[in-house]
Write a protein that binds this ligand. Structure first.
Ligand code: PMV
Length: 315
């Protein structure tokens, strides 16, 4: 590693393969990091502590940290400094991200994770992943109300995870690469809103909603061994089933459904929305040879951003 590398921290995007929304109610979910789309923080010595977010044009100094309690960057910075029990280091931390915001790819958690690591680095300190995960979760609460914790976990650990709320993290060992095409509807949607709508549905139609949530949990449990064995055909079917259940939970949208259908028609093994839904991204599981055809079909169906990534990880 060169000395320049030491002045940077990064964190990946993520997608949820199975189990979003149901995970809020105690069911398992499976999420994987998207290693080739990342947020980054660089640190440079300065006269005083400051944070610059290039994508939003936001600029924060020490005074902002106490004043802006509902701001994610200010909160992450003050939580990290308090955790490290250290005065703010005289460094400028510059943040940038390739991860589109409000689209279910975990951009907020990734930026928080880089920022926490960058502050620790500027202080010459280590921040253990478990501690960073706790801090990022606190910040996620600004956006998500009561998030399950899946986003921060997969992003901080950079590992595929089988996640059950409030339980120890299970890392998944994905032995054969999974090829995913990720397509963005271009419609920003707040996870907080879809999560509260599912809560309303749950309160209004408890038995039917519990049944849907349970069925999503069953799909996630069934998917786990196939992920570890790399059986993409079965996983594709399970993704299709998961999408149908998410439609019934009311968190899909015409734009997402259109992209999901286009991917399947172009030969994807399976497709579903990923994350909070209503907008944001969908994912399609493809055989490597089909990736380009599926990408083209998604663009033709209106996707504003399409990318292909491979997931493979030793646990
Ligand atoms: O951040 P998103 O949009 O990928 O969604 C997170 C997944 C949900 O299950 C919808 C919410 C949660 O807190 O787990």
């Amino acid at each position: 590693m060169s000395s320049m590398d030491l002045l940077k921290t990064t964190a990946p995007a993520k997608v949820i393969l199975f189990g979003e929304h149901a995970v809020v109610y105690g069911q398992p979910a499976i999420a994987v990091p998207v290693m080739d789309i990342r947020a980054q923080a660089s640190i440079t010595p300065g006269e005083r502590f400051s944070i610059i977010a290039l994508d939003t044009g936001q600029s924060l100094t020490l005074e902002h940290l106490t004043q802006m309690v509902d701001d994610a960057l200010a909160k992450m910075a003050s939580l990290t400094l308090a955790w490290l029990q250290t005065p703010p280091p005289p460094f400028t931390i510059t943040l940038s991200s390739e991860i589109p915001a409000a689209s279910g790819l975990g951009s907020g958690a990734a930026v928080s994770a880089c920022l926490g690591r960058a502050i620790a680095l500027a202080c010459g300190r280590e921040l253990a992943s478990a501690d960073l995960n706790t801090l990022v979760y606190e910040v996620e609460r600004i956006y998500h109300g009561t998030p399950s914790g899946i986003d921060n976990t997969v992003i901080v650990y950079e590992q595929p995870v089988y996640f059950v709320r409030d339980q120890p993290i299970i890392r998944l060992n994905i032995t054969r690469p999974l090829h995913l095409v990720i397509a963005d509807t271009g419609k920003a949607a707040l996870t907080k809103d879809s999560v509260s709508d599912v809560r309303r549905l749950y309160n209004a139609e408890r038995a039917a909603t519990e049944q849907l949530i349970g069925q999503i949990g069953d799909i996630t449990r069934r998917a786990r061994p196939f992920l570890e064995d790399g059986d993409a055909a079965v996983l594709g079917h399970l993704m299709d089933e998961n999408h149908t259940l998410l439609q019934k939970l009311t968190v899909s949208s015409p734009e997402l459904d259109k992209l999901v259908s286009a991917a399947r028609a172009a030969g994807a093994l399976g497709a579903k929305l990923s994350g909070g839904g209503r907008g944001g991204n969908m994912i399609a599981l493809v055989d490597n040879t089909q990736a380009q055809v599926v990408q083209d079909a998604l663009r033709a169906a209106g996707a504003v951003r399409v990318l292909t990534t491979s997931v493979v990880q030793g646990g």
